[in-house]
Structures are given as structure tokens and as C-alpha cells.
Design a protein around this ligand. Structure first.
Ligand SMILES: [Zn+2]
Length: 234
């Protein structure tokens, strides 16, 4: 067994954070964590992990150069003139926009959409979810949440808001969301933050890889990759 410690201020950090009218962005990404995912557009920056996965996605799509990125990370001070700057996902460094007329229906865009979830990206504002996301359809706006969350969101046809509500039914001492991927099992569960600002310590099997993200609201999403021999979660 090994332990991970969750501190309440980490609720505002991570790939899964929700930014909307009910959940303002608290954390600004570290400048050192921002890198350009497109060689031809060095001014467009994303958080390192999102940028790395977007580069891998590009390498899988022949002709992606015809899709033009127009916005990645936007610092809060550049958004100050708009209505609700702390709800704009571009402030997290986890969102990318492509030029709008081009991002409609052509083969390259279709391929990008088809492969995006494999690399951790979702279409954040689908047209049939506007009443839940609070935003009109934006087919050009992609958000990095990380795999396998992106795949589950796509397969279950959820918005990010719905996914956060959905994953809360899977708790540390109850049932975990589980799936298998190339011989590894992946388990996902939610851990609520404490109201008294205490750190939370949880025990996990030693031979597991763990990712933790806050939800930007009230708790943490734990993603646990287990090899076949790593034993049962206790
Ligand atoms: Zn956008």
C-alpha cells in the first residue's frame, strides 16, 4: 500500500476542473507549464500535458496543418474586458479554439473530432447541451480533460458538467467506475474535500499509477491504473 494526501486547495487544480457560471476559475497555470503545441503558431500556448497530447494527436492526422488554431491559453488580465472572465476555460490553459469557418465539416475536422477523445480532448460545448453548459454550441472549442475521462464523456454523450455529477456516484469505499484498457484496469472514483480544511489521506495499492484532479467545486477525481498483479483496492 502507499498513501496519497489530498489538500483542499488542490480542488482548484488539475485537468478535470470545471469552469462555468457556478464554478469560477481560481487557479492560474504556472507560466513555466505553458508550451506551444503548434510549431507554426508559437504564440498559442497550452498547459504542458494538454499541449503534449495535442502534438501527438497532430502526428496522427495527416494534413492537420489545414486546421488553424486561433486561441489557447488566455491570461485573466486579457479577459478582464469581458463579462465573466473567471468562467472562460482558456484561462486554464486546457482549451484550444480553431478558426471557425474551417472547423465545420471537412475530412480533417471529422478525423480530428473522431480521434480527439483518444488523446484526452472533448468537444466542450455540444449543441444539444447548451442548457447544461450554459454556452451555445462551439464546435471549434476543444478542452483537455485527459484519458480515459474524454472517452467516457464521449461514449456516454455527457457534458463535462454531467460527467462530474455522474462520477460522484463512484466513491472511495463504494463502487469504483472501472474499465479495461490493453491489459490494464482503470478505476475512477470521487473523494469529497473536507469542510474543515483538513488534509485527506487515502491508501492505494502500491503497484498503481494515480492521477488526481480537483473538480474546482468540492472534491477530487482519482484515476487509478492497475496492472493485473497489483491486487485489490482496499
Ligand atoms: Zn474557446
Amino acid at each position: 500500500m502507499k498513501q496519497i494526501i489530498l489538500a483542499n486547495d488542490e480542488v482548484w487544480h488539475g485537468n478535470m476542473i470545471l469552469a462555468n457560471a457556478e464554478s469560477s476559475i481560481i487557479n492560474e497555470p504556472d507560466a513555466n507549464s505553458l508550451i506551444p503545441p503548434f510549431l507554426s503558431y508559437p504564440e498559442i500556448l497550452l498547459e504542458r500535458c494538454a499541449a503534449t497530447m495535442l502534438m501527438k494527436l497532430q502526428s496522427e492526422i495527416y494534413g492537420l496543418g489545414t486546421i488553424i488554431p486561433i486561441r489557447g491559453y488566455c491570461p485573466k488580465d486579457k479577459l478582464a474586458s469581458i463579462a465573466c472572465p473567471d468562467q472562460v476555460e482558456h484561462q486554464t490553459g486546457l482549451a484550444i479554439d480553431f478558426i471557425r469557418p474551417a472547423f465545420s465539416s471537412n475530412d480533417i475536422c471529422d478525423e480530428f473530432i473522431r480521434k480527439a477523445s483518444k488523446f484526452g480532448f472533448i468537444q466542450r460545448y455540444p449543441k444539444n447541451k447548451a442548457d447544461i453548459t450554459g454556452a451555445a454550441s462551439e464546435p471549434w472549442h476543444f478542452r483537455y480533460v485527459g484519458y480515459p475521462h474524454s472517452m467516457i464523456i464521449e461514449n456516454e454523450e455527457l457534458s463535462l458538467e454531467e460527467y462530474h455529477a455522474y462520477i460522484k456516484q463512484y466513491t472511495i469505499n463504494g463502487t469504483h467506475y472501472s474499465l479495461c484498457n490493453d491489459g490494464q484496469s482503470i478505476e475512477i472514483f470521487y473523494v469529497p474535500a473536507t469542510s474543515d480544511n483538513q488534509r485527506i489521506t487515502i491508501d492505494i495499492p502500491a503497484e498503481t499509477i494515480i492521477q488526481v484532479s480537483g473538480n474546482n467545486l468540492d472534491g477530487f477525481i482519482i484515476t487509478m491504473w492497475k496492472t493485473r498483479n497489483s491486487g485489490e483496492f482496499k
